[in-house]
Ligand binder design. Structure first.
Ligand code: NIG
Ligand code: FE
Length: 417
């Protein structure tokens, strides 16, 4: 039996406790704040939450046998959850960053064989060991930014071997690294050059060979598609997502990122767990997502990096769509691991409130990747994934932007930062 952990004297303990489904509307502002808060942890699990005085009364006599950690007037939150990343990839694309600043568009670069295709070439070439080492460094960086759970997508292979290589790297890292990883298959990330003009043949390959192989080895939980003008049509995306469902892979969809294309509507139709990006989502698509309970996973760092208008986060919340936020960590459109920056941007560029940004980065993000029973809030029975921030309150965390305020991080009760 491990020694219990007692974190005490948090100026504010943000529990985000209570509620069943993803938070919508006014619920997105409910933080379950406890002033002078305390958490008692046993065997990696949260055992009790309350004020320091309450926990003193309940556990004070065992304090000598516990690791006691003074939050000393700082903010404590659940470990952040990043529900949308592409963190396993080979190489780097800093030259494209310069090209874009000189005027080339993201899609121009991709259509000329760069972008996702460039990373796919480097990922195909990399050994599993090389991919593992690079991805491990990115996970370390997530942890340093207070992120204790990430979703990760394949999609830089677009051929079975490399897709499996990426998913295997995630499987091994999930076993060895403190960060929990939820894997997503994204064979339909782009159309590989060898299938140019024969897109439907590649869709058939994904459906007939890749999805069954990934599902048979239980290498993914979700199935994602880049539904975009010039990539996959809504009709092709529907076929791929329905095929995933038949193999037990829940649908996600990169929707309406660059052009309005009916992606939000498709997400509602196929019962996607979440729809991602949505910069150009239609009002009708947003209405349908609200009615179907599809989580909008919004990526304001990507919008900033592509120098695009951010998604309509405020309007989506007001329309009753549950909103989560994410880094989209990838080598082209958002090379960052900073969820705190993403929370800042959710406030600045999508007019979300500091409380809504925290809910979007914790419990709603947990719902977006099926982790709501284990993570995303500080409640008895959940994993002790906890962060102390060197600020006094949650507003300060969003207000002092672009700064890493992480003071300490615990994953399943182990101090990792
Ligand atoms: O979510 N939009 C498609 N996929 C990623 C970008 C991947 C890349 O550029 O390497 C995204 O933005
Ligand atoms: Fe993405």
């Amino acid at each position: 039996m491990r020694r219990p952990l007692w974190i005490k004297h948090a100026a504010q303990l943000v529990t985000v406790a209570g509620g069943k489904g993803p938070r919508i509307g006014a619920e997105m502002s409910e933080l379950g704040l406890i002033e002078d808060g305390s958490v008692w942890v046993e065997n990696g699990e949260i055992k009790a939450v309350g004020t320091t005085a309450e926990l003193e009364a309940q556990f004070g006599e065992w304090a000598e046998d516990a690791d006691v950690y003074e939050a000393k007037g700082r903010l404590v939150t659940p470990g952040l959850i990043d529900p949308h990343t592409h963190f396993v990839y080979g190489g780097s694309r800093e030259k494209e960053f310069e090209m874009r600043l000189e005027g080339a568009s993201y899609m121009d670069i991709m259509n000329a064989g760069g972008g996702i295709h460039a990373t796919a070439r480097m990922t195909r070439k990399a050994t599993e060991e090389e991919l593992y080492r690079q991805a491990e460094r990115r996970l370390d960086s997530f942890l340093r930014h207070g992120v204790t759970t990430v979703e990760g997508k394949s999609g830089y292979g677009m051929e079975l071997q490399t897709e499996l290589k990426q998913l295997n790297v995630m499987k091994q890292l999930n076993e060895r690294h403190p960060v929990d990883i939820i894997p997503t298959f994204m064979g339909a990330h782009a159309v590989p050059p060898e299938f140019k003009g024969r897109e439907d043949d590649f869709v058939r390959l994904i459906i007939d060979e890749m999805i069954p192989a990934v599902a048979a080895d239980q290498l993914a939980v979700f199935n994602d598609v880049f539904c975009e003008v010039g990539v996959y049509t809504p009709e092709q995306s529907r076929r791929i997502l329905e095929a995933g469902k038949r193999h037990g892979l829940a649908p996600k969809i990169h929707a309406d990122e660059i052009e309005p294309y009916g992606g939000a509507e498709l997400a509602a139709e196929v019962g996607a767990v979440s729809a991602e990006h949505l910069l150009k989502a239609s009002v009708e698509g947003i209405r349908q997502m609200a009615a179907a309970g599809v989580i909008a996973c919004l990526l304001p760092a990507t919008a900033l990096y592509l120098r695009e208008e951010a998604a309509q986060g405020r309007e989506m919340i007001d329309a009753g769509v549950p909103v989560a936020i994410s880094t989209d960590c990838n080598p082209g459109s958002s090379p960052t691991t900073s969820m705190p920056l993403v929370m800042n941007l959710a406030c600045i560029s999508m007019r979300m409130t500091p409380a809504e940004a925290l809910v979007a980065a914790t419990i709603n993000a947990a719902h977006a990747i099926g982790m709501q029973d284990k993570a995303g809030s500080i409640e008895p029975g959940k994993q002790a994934d906890l962060v102390i921030w060197n600020v006094e309150n949650y507003q300060e965390l969003q207000y002092l932007f672009g700064i890493n305020h992480v003071g300490a991080v615990w994953k399943k009760g182990e101090k990792v930062i």
